[in-house]
Design a protein around this ligand. Structure first.
Ligand SMILES: *Cc1c(COP(=O)(O)O)cnc(C)c1O
Length: 414
C-alpha cells in the first residue's frame, strides 16, 4: 500500500471519454462547500437548471442533475417511467443500446429489442414499423453510441412517438454538445447526459430533462409522500418506483419549489456541472457543435491520409469520436501502449464485435481543439512507423491542416 499523495501523470485523453476537464471546471470544483438549503445553494441549483435548459434547448421546467455518472441518469429515467410489465422498445446499434435493454429489464419492463449492425443506424421507417408491432409505452434510444461511433438521427422520431402515444427517451451522454439535439423541437420526453464527453467535465453528474408528458407519467405513479411517513399506499394510480435514490418523483420535489429533502446534493459536482453549462452557453450550442464537427473532420482526414480506414457509415458518424480500423499486422494494444508511454496520449480500445479491430479516437469537450488533433496525428504517425506501417511523412498533420485552412477560407478567420 502506498500512503503517498496521488499525483496522476499528465495525459492527453483522446479516447471516447473521459476527456481532460476544462481547467475552469476543475477550478469551480474547488469552491467552498455550503449547506444544502442555504439560499446561495438553492440559487445555484436554480441557475444550473436554467443553464441546462439552454444546453438541452428546452423549456422543460423539469431540468435537473442526477447525482452519479451518466448511467445514474439512465437508470433514474427508466426506473421512474417503467412500471413492471410495461412494454419498452429498444432499437440497439451498440453496447449502450444493450445497456438500455438491461436497465429497462431490471426495472421490470417487457423489453423488445431491434438491432442494427454495428456501424449502422436505424431509419425512422424501421422504428415506426417496430412501434406499430410492439405498441410500447416507451421508446429508449441512444443518440451517439461511442462503442460504434454512430449517431442515430433523432429529428423525425419524436413526431412518430407522439403520433403513436409513445414516450421517447434518449441517452445523449456522448453526443450532447457535439451533435445537434434540440430537445423541444425534436419532441423528446426525456434526455440524459453526463459531463465527461463533450461537456468538458469529469464524470459524476447526469444532466437530465423531462417533458411534461414524462413528468405526468412519473407523478401518476405511487411514491412515498415526503419520504417520511413510511406510507406504502399509492399516491398516484400505479405501482411504486422501485428505487429510492433514483425516484424521479422525489428528485423533482427536491429540485422543485417544495425543496423536499432527498439526498445530500453532491455539491462539488454541482459546481462542475454548472461551469460545464456556462462554458457551452458562452460559446453557443450551434458553435459548440460546429467546433466538434470541424475537429472531428480534421481527425478523420488525418487518419485517412495516414492510410487508415475510418469505421462505420460515415454519413452517421458522431462528430466527436472516430473509429479507425487497426491496420493488418499491427498489434492494436501494443500501439496504444506506445502512444501512452512515449507521448502520454490515450486513445480508446473497443468492445464486443469490434474488439481488436478498431481504435476509437475522440475529439471532445475541452479536447476538441486544433493542437490536440495535430499532436495526436503526429504521434500516431510515429507509432505506426515503429509498428512497421509506413505512412507518408507528415501526411496526417498535413491533411488536418488543409481542413483547418479550408475552414478559415470559408469563415474568413485569420
Ligand atoms: C460514455 C457513455 C456513457 C457513460 O456512462 P457512465 O455511467 O458515465 O460511465 C453512457 N452512455 C453512452 C451512450 C456513452 O457513450
Amino acid at each position: 500500500m502506498s500512503a503517498d499523495a496521488f499525483n496522476p501523470p499528465s495525459r492527453l485523453l483522446m479516447g471516447p471519454g473521459p476527456i481532460n476537464a476544462d481547467p475552469r471546471v476543475l477550478r469551480a470544483m474547488s469552491a467552498p462547500l455550503i449547506g444544502q438549503f442555504d439560499p446561495a445553494m438553492t440559487a445555484c441549483m436554480n441557475d444550473t437548471q436554467a443553464l441546462y435548459r439552454r444546453v438541452f434547448e428546452t423549456a422543460n421546467e423539469a431540468t435537473l442533475l442526477i447525482d452519479g455518472t451518466s448511467r445514474a441518469g439512465i437508470e433514474a429515467v427508466l426506473v421512474s417511467l417503467i412500471e413492471p410489465g410495461d412494454r419498452v422498445l429498444v432499437p440497439s446499434f451498440g453496447r449502450f443500446g444493450q445497456l438500455l435493454r438491461e436497465i429497462a429489464e431490471r426495472a421490470g419492463g417487457e423489453v423488445h429489442v431491434i438491432e442494427a449492425e454495428w456501424g449502422e443506424v436505424f431509419t425512422p421507417e424501421r422504428i415506426e414499423a417496430a412501434i406499430r408491432e410492439v405498441r410500447p409505452k416507451l421508446l429508449a434510444l441512444v443518440q451517439g453510441d461511442t462503442s460504434t461511433t454512430m449517431c442515430q438521427p433523432l429529428a423525425d422520431i419524436g413526431a412518430i412517438c407522439r403520433a403513436h402515444d409513445v414516450l421517447f427517451y434518449s441517452d445523449a451522454t456522448a453526443s450532447l454538445a457535439g451533435n445537434p439535439l434540440p430537445v423541444d423541437e425534436w419532441q423528446l420526453d426525456a434526455v440524459t447526459a453526463g459531463l465527461q464527453k463533450c461537456l468538458a467535465g469529469p464524470s459524476g453528474s447526469a444532466p437530465t430533462t423531462l417533458s411534461k408528458r414524462a413528468v405526468d407519467c412519473i407523478r401518476g405513479r405511487a411514491h412515498v409522500e415526503a419520504g417520511l411517513q413510511g406510507a406504502t399506499h399509492a399516491a398516484g394510480g400505479g405501482s411504486r418506483i422501485r428505487s429510492n435514490y433514483f425516484d424521479l418523483a422525489m428528485i423533482l420535489d427536491y429540485w422543485g419549489e417544495a425543496r423536499l429533502n432527498h439526498h445530500t446534493e453532491a455539491t462539488s459536482m454541482l459546481y462542475a456541472a454548472r461551469e460545464c453549462a456556462r462554458l457551452l452557453v458562452e460559446e453557443g450550442m450551434p458553435q459548440a457543435v460546429a467546433r466538434h464537427a470541424l475537429h472531428g473532420r480534421a481527425l478523420v482526414e488525418g487518419v485517412r491520409a495516414l492510410g487508415l480506414q475510418p469505421f462505420g457509415d460515415q454519413r452517421h458518424r458522431m462528430h466527436n469520436v472516430v473509429g479507425v480500423y487497426i491496420p493488418e499486422g499491427v498489434d492494436g494494444e501494443a500501439l496504444r501502449r506506445t502512444l501512452l508511454e512515449d507521448y502520454a496520449i490515450e486513445i480508446g480500445t473497443s468492445f464486443g464485435p469490434l474488439h481488436g479491430r478498431i481504435w476509437r479516437i475522440g475529439t471532445m469537450g475541452y479536447n476538441a481543439r486544433r493542437d490536440t488533433v495535430m499532436t495526436t496525428l503526429a504521434a500516431l504517425e510515429q507509432t505506426l512507423h515503429q509498428a512497421g506501417v509506413r505512412p507518408v511523412a507528415g501526411s496526417g498533420v498535413g491533411a488536418a491542416r488543409e481542413v483547418y485552412a479550408d475552414q478559415q477560407d470559408r469563415t474568413g478567420e485569420s
